[in-house]
Design a protein around this ligand. Structure first.
Ligand code: SAH
Length: 343
């Protein structure tokens, strides 16, 4: 069993089972989540015999920085991590005025099949555990000697396809005996897995929910993202309205701009119609071309004009700042090119 995926209450229960004092749980939890402890043998705060008992059935999952790429254009750093089982995942650290933000992966690969996304081209390999989600943060902080203030679940994988582990991650990361990052500083991005949105709403936690929209028309959206065949826009928007009413949080829509595909006047109009009266915000992402998808991004002025039109409809709209493009810091591209070269 993976000790670093366990909530503090679960470790308390374990201590009880082992006939140990409850305060040992806090020592173990702090060792892992505040001191980046990886080896149970080094858990000197607890007695030797308890360390021995723990080691029989428990371990702290680790990973290694396999490669690190630092952008020369900005301070973006991309990590390729090697997991215990030989899989590779990636995370990106970005520096903003308000501090450091980390983009983490939630799965090895992805089974959602979005046409322009590099992460999904090899399908889903497996879910990441809560410990592996946390390790992406701990290793990046340790290596760069920084404190990360914001986390976005926008790397490889679909977080709502791994909600059980993501939920554990939220619980552990937010704990005051652990790394104690506010849930308000965490954003979860989904391609629109409707039941997952309701599950998340039921948890009533103050994270920001971000939805990959990419087209306001069902048919076009389904061409770009297979999930849209399963959950139509009507159903998705109903779930989002429910979510924002339940949590009082503003929804973000991500919209990847693809030239002559979803950047037309009628797209703007339909978006405005769908979003009318919703507490929301649009983030435009000019497409990062990948070789498996033969479409491009609109020119800069097309992107600006799309933004302006949405603003004219009263929809708050920003353009994703491009970071680390010299290190292909976006969207699963590094892991993918690594896998291709090592086949
Ligand atoms: N599975 C989740 C989170 C991962 S992707 C989701 O779909 O939201 C994070 C965002 O990057 C999504 O909006 C996704 O559609 C977008 N994206 C993926 N590949 C891209 C590319 N090549 N160019 C631009 N945006 C891309």
């Amino acid at each position: 069993m993976e000790l670093n995926s366990m909530k503090i209450n679960e470790i308390k229960e374990l201590m009880e089972e082992l006939g140990e004092k409850a305060y040992r749980a806090e020592q173990i939890f702090r060792f892992i989540h505040q001191h980046n402890g990886r080896d149970i043998a080094e858990l000197k705060q607890i007695p030797l015999d308890l360390r021995g008992k723990l080691k029989e059935n428990y371990f702290i999952s680790d990973m290694k920085i396999f490669k690190k790429f630092s952008s020369e254009q900005d301070s973006t750093v991309k990590f390729l991590y090697l997991l215990d089982d030989g899989n590779i995942i990636e995370s990106v650290v970005m520096k903003y005025e308000h501090g450091y933000s980390l983009c983490i992966s939630t799965q090895v690969g992805c089974r959602m099949g979005c046409s322009f996304c590099a992460s999904t081209k090899e399908g889903l390999v497996r879910n990441l555990t809560a410990g592996e989600l946390l390790n992406q943060l701990y290793l990046a902080e340790e290596d760069l000697n920084i404190r990360i203030s914001n986390i976005v679940l926008m790397g490889s994988g679909e977080p709502l396809d791994n909600l059980c582990n993501v939920d554990r991650f939220f619980d552990i990361i937010n704990h005051d005996k652990g790394r104690n990052i506010s849930l308000r500083n965490i954003t979860l991005s989904t391609c629109g897995v409707v039941p997952g949105i309701y599950e998340l709403a039921a948890k009533d936690i103050p994270i920001t929910l971000s939805i990959s929209l990419h087209s306001p028309f069902d048919e076009k959206r389904a061409e770009i993202m297979p999930i849209a065949k399963r959950y139509k826009l009507g159903e998705l928007l109903k779930a989002l309205k429910y979510y924002s009413e339940k949590t009082g949080r503003r929804i973000t829509f991500e919209y990847t701009l693809i030239e002559n595909e979803n950047d037309r006047e009628e797209d703007v109009r339909e978006m405005a119609r769908l979003m009318k009266g919703m507490l929301c915000h649009v983030n435009l992402i000019p497409l990062n071309p990948i070789k498996e998808y033969n479409k491009g991004r609109p020119e800069k002025k097309g992107v600006l004009s799309f933004q302006r039109k949405l603003l004219e409809f009263g929809i708050p709209t920003t353009i994703r700042r491009e970071m680390g493009s010299d290190i292909s810091a976006s969207c699963g591209q590094l892991r993918r090119s690594f896998i291709e070269h090592n086949k």
